[in-house]
Design a protein around this ligand. Sequence first.
Ligand SMILES: *Cc1c(COP(=O)(O)O)cnc(C)c1O
Length: 372
Amino acid sequence: MVDLYNQYLKIKDDIDGGISSVIESSSFVKGGKVIDFQKNLEQYLGVKHVIPVANGTDALQISLMALGLKAGDEVITPTFTFIATAEVVALLGLTPVLVDVDTDTFCIDLKAVEKAITPKTKAIVPVHLFGQNANMEGLMAIAKKHNLFVVEDACQSMGSKYIFSDGQMCHSGTIGDIGCTSFFPSKNLGCYGDGGAIFTNNSEIAERITTIANHGMRVRYHHDIIGVNSRLDSIQAAVLDAKLPHLDSYVEARRKAAEFYNKSFARMPKVITPKTSSYTTHSYHQYTLRLVGIDRQILIDEMAKKGIPVMIYYPIPLHLQKAYRDERYRQGDFPIAEQLADTVCSLPMHTELDDEQLNYITTNFLNIISYL
Ligand SMILES: *Cc1c(COP(=O)(O)O)cnc(C)c1O
């Protein structure tokens, strides 16, 4: 699904040099490299504050902690996403309110959001799934009308841009009150372990987030609020700082691979290729197809025989997960998410796919589905 080693070889000197410099300085935590990367990412994103943390799940949790919510407050989030989005809501004693997604974009459905709002609703967490942004302009209007916070889960959308109706553009994760991302190795901007970051243009929220991520401590050993320990380490920051200048070209490589797939499958009625909305660019964290009338498991097995991995992101929507079963929800409540869970599949997608590999993947894929 990914090829991190060949990506590394192309910038080996920068990565090795960055890691060596951290070891030589022996400043492993909160070192200069973390600050360098923080500043460079602020500049890249065009955002006032970046707060590096230990991973994307922590980024989401700390963001929600910074909003001063209380037990039982409701947080609206899509049911078709990675578990972390709802997990942190539940862990904090808040109530996840799940909503369905849009068939074409796989992102949160705004009509469903409006219907789900109650007097207890305090925040919305849209997920920019697979690398394209949810409809943020529409969502911000809803949030404003109902006085709700918006925390963007931009864990999959680093490098993609939002396009406002007046033509202005900005980076994914920089529109809501807070944006969160992950630097898990396979993400668009990945480190060599775990990492994450929080973005915000609100200096007060940034100060609270920084404090919470550091044990709730402003002055050493004085703990003002209950916090956590969540930090990006200097070695990961060195890797990220070496990779950040290449992020746009990485996204471009993903887009080229996606175009190759799109063209190859354009005339196949059994396959629906991913659609990109007019208000967003797509960074193709995943290349996710919808299959029509095809036995997905046979396809996966046959592709595996050719050495081609095909993955399902995500096979079970959150409302049908054991840990999140709830009297409020049952099978059939979120028909789009349920249909997607049953019909999507993702093909290999990374920065190192060349035409030969893409040809091999698409030729085999087309061969197999022709007899399924
Ligand atoms: C990867 C991911 C996360 C969690 O990031 P980690 O760094 O693995 O904790 C959260 N939300 C989404 C949508 C993700 O893809």
